[in-house]
Ligand binder design. Structure first.
Ligand code: ADP
Length: 631
């Protein structure tokens, strides 16, 4: 076997991450042990699963465990497991690089402020590198199960710029990590300290964590030959709720979710009946960096009778709940269940539907009893929840009840208004739930379409998330009331307007008929129609799309994303009470009139966030008209 040792450079991000981690997490340094134990436990789960189809991987050593030992003289702490291990290629991919999606975004958010950065790094996940918080050299020796002894790999690094890699003999499969402790980190050379950290952070690990028993001899603690299991080593979710403390639930979450922060809430249920299964599902406090990356997600771990089957069992949670973390342990599924089988399994359908109901129930409870927590949940995951009505038809009404929006009632961009709140504030005679969509909160809030609603004190939901267009195309009513865009179709406020108002409008329409015809003739193909409106109080004009047409905002979103979208011709509506409109009506110079007409159309387009096809002409016309102002 060649003893070649190569030196490889870390990815630039790894260096930065290491620096940041060592400094910002130092005050919470004990967590390195949790991270390494968590990895070892995952490695054991993976082995157990692969061995279902290839029992030879056990190599006559089926008792999976994690061993922790320390050597006071050498000042080392060693964590070893007999899990799946890694091949040389896997070591390079998993230990030398950060393959996470969202890495670049993460680094761009770092501010240099240690406190803020520490919170961010927690969201990013700390993992293996946390070893360098307490160690100035880490040696990892590993061999993948199934490969022969000479395929061992040794990785070593001082956590600065590079690491070395060499091929070594490793008779026992699995991974051994030796931490050469930094000066001053001697507390981790104590049996008592290590055990207390394990019990605090890793008690829930299903695998036995084994240490040598120690005894006191001449005032020093020395290891004996006898082993002892330090943790409870039973699956947390299989225990009875009343025997599990909040801290245990939180510690378990950090392990399954690879998250540094506490979860926001959880629900733990044992379901018996047609399907026998246990679910322990968590809602994180923060959105992960890869929430919008559909390729990569850690979601639900599936177990069958305590045997880990797979990570990220996407069949168990719909997309709009993809932030949910946790485990589902089925008593009925076969151990050899594959992703393909999951896709068409009726049992899985039933488990999924039951689990979704538990999560929705948890969120409803949060919304009702802990509104502050719910508000923080909404900030993190609201945009994902808005995908729900389009995806989960069966639970549409429940999801709708969980939605929160910005509205003209609060006039801030905080999404705190529920549809139920809205309905309770509806005016006498109001039959619809009104909303406006725009590509920014400011554009929505200042939309000319809101003028009449503001005047009459009718609340309008202000929608400016990208997903909102998708939402309103799928959620067309709530509590029997239609959701209606204020920018679509002719405005009909029904009994919200009195007879005098209606008569005044009729008169205005009559008297401005010639003006409307003149504008139509000038704008030609630019518009579908021109008409007099009463929805405006301050603006001279606005654009409206047909009832069944795609909204202008959606058309812009699609086009910006490079997708095909039909060009919908808008209706131009003019405000009969505006002085600009009066002035146009009196304009006798046809060239100047044409400038007015185009200008009014263009500014209505700008006001709703649209883009001009020909900005130079707009500027020329505007300047021409400005130059006419008396000096
Ligand atoms: P994370 O666990 O969040 O993915 P880590 O940096 O902790 O990030 O680990 C990166 C990867 O290295 C793991 O996903 C796993 O594939 C591999 N790994 C780490 N520790 C072990 C181990 N003890 N046994 C086998 N593989 C491991």
């Amino acid at each position: 076997m060649s003893a070649t040792k190569e030196t490889l450079g870390f990815q630039a991000e790894v260096k930065q991450l290491l620096q940041l981690m060592i400094h910002s997490l130092y005050s919470n340094k004990d967590i390195f042990l949790r991270e390494l134990i968590s990895n070892a436990s995952d490695a054991a789960d993976k082995l157990r699963f692969e061995a279902l189809s290839d029992p030879a991987l056990f190599e006559n050593d089926p008792d999976l465990k994690i061993r922790i030992a320390f050597d006071r003289e050498a000042r080392t702490l060693t964590i070893s497991d007999n899990g799946i291990g890694m091949s040389r290629q896997e070591v390079i991919e998993h230990i030398g690089t950060i393959a996470k999606s969202g890495t670049r975004e993460f680094f761009s958010k770092l501010s240099g402020d240690q406190k803020k950065d520490a919170a961010l790094i927690g969201q990013f996940g700390v993992g293996f590198y946390s070893a360098f918080i307490v160690a100035d050299r880490v040696t990892l020796t590993t061999r993948r199960a199934g490969l022969t002894a000479e395929h061992g790999v040794r990785w070593e690094s001082e956590g600065a710029g590079d690491y070395t890699l060499e091929t070594v003999d490793k008779p026992a499969r699995g991974t051994e990590i030796v931490l050469h402790l930094r000066e001053g980190e001697d507390e981790f050379l104590s049996d008592w300290k290590i055990k207390s950290v394990i019990r605090t952070y890793s008690d829930h690990i299903t695998l036995p964590i084994v240490m040598k028993k120690t005894e006191w001899k001449d005032g020093v603690e020395v290891p004996t030959e006898e082993d002892e299991t330090v943790n409870k080593a039973s699956a947390l979710w299989a225990r009875s709720k009343k025997d599990i403390s909040d801290d245990e639930y939180k510690a378990f979450y950090k392990h399954v979710a690879h998250d540094y922060d506490d979860p926001l809430a959880w629900t733990h249920n044992r379901v018996e009946g047609k399907q026998d299964y246990t679910s322990l599902l968590y809602v994180p406090s923060h959105a992960p960096f890869d929430l919008y990356d559909r390729e990569k997600r850690h979601g639900i771990k599936l177990y069958v009778r305590r045997v880990f089957i797979m990570d990220d069992a996407e069949q168990l949670m719909p997309q709009y709940l993809r932030f949910v973390r946790g485990v589902i342990d089925s008593a009925d599924l076969p151990l050899n269940v594959s992703r393909e089988i999951l896709q068409s399994s009726k049992d899985i359908e039933a488990i999924k539907s039951g689990s979704v109901k538990k999560v929705l129930g948890l969120l409803e409870e949060l919304a009702e009893k802990e509104p502050e927590k719910y508000a923080s949940f909404w900030k993190e995951f609201g945009r994902v929840m808005k995908e729900g009505p389009g995806e989960d038809f069966a639970n549409k009404e429940r999801i709708a009840g969980l939605l929160r929006f910005a509205s003209t009632h609060t006039d801030t961009d905080a999404q705190v208004v529920s549809l139920k709140d809205y309905v309770s504030r509806m005016k006498d005679g109001q039959t619809a739930i009104y909303y406006v969509t725009a590509d920014s909160f400011a554009a929505a809030k200042h939309s000319p379409h809101l003028e009449i609603f503001r005047k009459k004190g009718i609340e309008v939901l202000l929608l400016s998330d990208r997903v909102d267009e998708w939402l309103v195309s799928n959620l067309t009513e709530f509590d029997g009331k239609p959701l209606k865009s204020v920018a679509k179709g002719a405005l009909d406020l029904g009994t919200l307007e009195d007879e005098a108002e209606k008569t005044a409008q009729k008169e205005a329409e009559e008297s401005l008929k010639p003006l409307v015809e003149r504008i139509k003739a000038v704008l030609g193909e630019r518009v579908k129609d021109v008409r007099v409106t009463h929805r405006l109080t301050d603006s001279p004009a606005c654009l409206v799309t047909g009832e069944g047409d795609m909204s202008a905002n959606l058309e812009r979103l699609l086009k910006a994303a490079g997708q095909a979208a039909p060009t919908v011709k808008p209706v131009l509506e003019i405000n009969p009470t505006h002085s600009l409109v009066t002035r146009m009506n009196a304009e006798t110079d046809e060239t100047r009139f044409a400038d007015w007409a185009h200008l009014v159309f263009d500014q209505a387009l700008l006001a709703e966030g649209g883009q001009l096809d020909d900005p130079a002409s707009f500027v020329r016309r505007l300047n021409g008209l400005l130059a006419m102002l008396p000096g």
